[in-house]
Design a protein around this ligand. Structure first.
Ligand SMILES: Nc1ncnc2c1ncn2[C@@H]1O[C@H](COP(=O)(O)OP(=O)(O)OP(=O)(O)O)[C@@H](O)[C@H]1O
Ligand SMILES: [Mg+2]
Length: 502
């Protein structure tokens, strides 16, 4: 009785055709606490929190906000009761300013005209309150993802939200942006705002949260006090089994005398004089800070950006792909970082998404063997544990992480010789990560492919690469063999360009 809960979700159930997304889930949020919500891809985290905004109407159960009881919410009820959600993919209007986005749908008016100046002043106040530097007049499209998210948070605060729900807020951010987001979140907690924080990154959960609620397969598993819990225990509760090793072992499969890809003094797209060699059967990691020019390099190899000078030699021949289409035909794949934007065809089925490159390749032959199609889709569903009742399910009905797995599967089904992975496991849960690592191992070990892997996760970079090359400000600053891997050395190279100048 003495506990003060600002939000209670009681016995929530949500059914979709063929899926029970939530079964009897109960969550209680205390005033001023950060409650972490964790669980594997498809566990039901996003569905649960969407019940708080009215984006999802529960099949049964109760929602109690500050003692007031509801069977379901609407966006308006949520706002009136001080609930704001920062969604996994936020929906701002890129062509409008930060201030206009902050007041989207409820502009300040002077008579009948929209009062831009008043909105800009109010926005400036809201940003100042969060101690973030954003020009209220700046167009959304010119802000980094981190700042776009800050606008969303400022919007919640400006609307006087007392309960802030954040669905994987760190996933699209750079590490520096994550730091500023944490500072804002911690400040909000001090001001008495209660926060539900969803993330797959356990180190964040430990740093931020007071308590942790674990879900598995649509069910409530347990709530723990963060400081009394242990990582291994959490993982076991989430995954339902012990996960002892983080990186699956890989045999020595590098073909030292078969160079798959060679770059000679490649310059362009913001990069300068890049030289590298990647062998058959090898995973080469590309390390560096965000903005170091790694994605830019991948784009040149993949024909998505123009090279100014230098040579790209692929399987012994110089290539100059003018488009991704050309690169794909040559046998190069790029699994992009921003999979939402570049990848999933949300309105079509999992099976068709995964088979897309095969359809494209066979576009002249109209016969597609549907048994084979199903087998390919099944293979990737099993390999990556894509959680779905059916491969005919539309991708838009999958959880965020499972959508990513579909896109990954699609690129793998393309059967390319060189696969570039840009942040392959972002937003993917711990168990599935392991499966993806195993798949990467198989690609080099059993199929003799070559992989170029961009990763900002230091552990992943060191755990999966055979060699690591580090970029800083568009230049290659270091190369490390496996026995030289260390976080300190990589960080030193990653900031090398700055040090030299300083
Ligand atoms: N509109 C829908 N139609 C059918 N099934 C759905 C729909 N929305 C969600 N689901 C299913 O509900 C389950 C829970 O999905 P949810 O998005 O809540 O997972 P999540 O825990 O947020 O996962 P992630 O970590 O991948 O974001 C999934 O199996 C998903 O496929
Ligand atoms: Mg989700």
């Amino acid at each position: 009785m003495s506990e003060e809960y600002v939000l209670q979700l009681q016995h929530i159930r949500k059914e979709y055709p063929g899926v029970v997304a939530l079964k009897d889930v109960t969550l209680e949020l205390k005033k001023g606490e950060i409650l972490a919500l964790i669980g594997e891809n498809g566990a039901g985290k996003s569905t649960l929190i969407k019940c708080c905004s009215g984006a999802v109407i529960p099949t049964s159960g109760k929602i109690i906000v500050n003692g007031k009881e509801f069977t379901s919410m609407t966006p308006q009820l949520a706002a009136e009761n001080g609930i704001a959600i920062i969604y996994q993919e936020f929906n701002n209007v890129k062509e409008l300013s930060a201030a206009e986005n902050l007041f989207l749908g409820r502009p300040i008016r002077k008579g009948i005209v929209v009062d831009k100046k008043a909105m800009e002043e109010e926005a400036a106040k809201a940003f100042e309150q969060l101690r973030i530097k954003i020009d209220p007049k700046a167009l959304m499209k010119n802000l980094t993802v981190g700042y776009q998210q800050m606008v969303e948070i400022a919007k919640a605060i400006q609307q006087n939200a007392k309960i802030l729900i954040m669905d994987e807020p760190s996933a699209p951010l750079t590490s520096a942006e994550v730091e500023s987001m944490f500072m804002v979140v911690e400040r909000l907690r001090k001001e008495g705002i209660s926060i539900i924080y969803i993330s797959h990154r356990l180190e964040e959960i430990y740093r931020l949260s007071d308590r942790i609620l674990v879900m598995r397969d649509g069910e409530y598993v347990k709530t723990l006090i963060t400081k009394d819990s242990e990582v291994q225990e959490l993982i076991k509760l989430m995954v339902g089994r012990e996960l002892t090793e983080t990186y699956p072992p890989r045999g020595d499969c590098i073909k030292k005398d078969e160079v798959m890809l060679e770059l000679k003094d490649v310059t362009g797209n913001g990069d300068k004089n890049i030289n590298l060699k990647l062998h058959k059967g090898e995973i080469l990691g590309l390390g560096g800070l965000v903005g170091a020019g790694r994605t830019e390099l991948a784009e040149m190899i993949f024909g998505a950006a123009a090279k100014e000078s230098g040579q790209i030699i692929f399987r012994g021949k110089e290539i100059n792909p003018k488009s991704p289409r050309e690169a794909i035909d040559l046998g190069i794949a790029l699994v992009p970082e921003d999979r939402k934007r570049h990848g999933a065809m949300l309105g079509i089925s999992i099976k068709n998404n995964i088979n897309m490159p095969i359809y494209e390749r066979n576009s002249t032959l109209s016969v597609i063997n549907s048994k084979q199609e199903m087998e390919i889709a099944e293979k990737y569903r099993d390999n990556m544990a894509i959680k779905t009742p059916s491969l005919h399910q539309l991708v838009k009905n999958l959880s965020g992480g499972n959508q990513q797995k579909v896109i990954l599967g699609r690129w793998l089904a393309a059967d390319s010789e060189l696969i570039i992975f840009d942040e392959p496991t972002r937003g993917i849960d711990i168990g599935a990560k392991y499966e993806i690592y195993k798949l990467m191992n198989d690609l080099v070990e059993k199929e003799g492919k070559a992989l170029l892997m961009i990763s900002s996760e230091m552990e992943e970079l060191m755990g999966m690469s055979d060699r690591i090359m580090v970029l800083a400000e568009g230049e290659m600053t270091g190369e490390l063999e496996k026995d030289e891997f260390s976080q300190e050395t990589i960080m030193a190279y990653a900031s090398a360009a700055n040090i030299e100048e300083g």
